[in-house]
Design a protein around this ligand. Sequence first.
Ligand SMILES: [Zn+2]
Length: 112
Amino acid sequence: MLYAILEGASQALGIKRQDIDGCLYPSEEGIMLILFDNVPGGAGLVKRIVDRESLLNVLKNALERVKNCTCGKETSCYGCLRNYQNQFCHEILRRDVVWEFLENNLGSEGDV
Ligand SMILES: [Zn+2]
């Protein structure tokens, strides 16, 4: 999910993928997705992503990306979720899980 959002944000908002990154943070409420600017001093990129209207576009882009990729559903590739930076977890990145979650949670009206 984290990598789908980052890829979606890069595509939807024209942000260079290497300028944003993220990590998972376990909390009492569950696992949180942390997004951060990956440029010295920050550049307000994440702020642009979480703006309500942008976020919807970002999530729609993320959905399109995992839905339309041609790799195996229970896996991932460099066309959808994988990149050089996340190669430590390539084996556990599955596009079907993200696809299902986003399809079920992005309402037809686009409500999140
Ligand atoms: Zn793929």
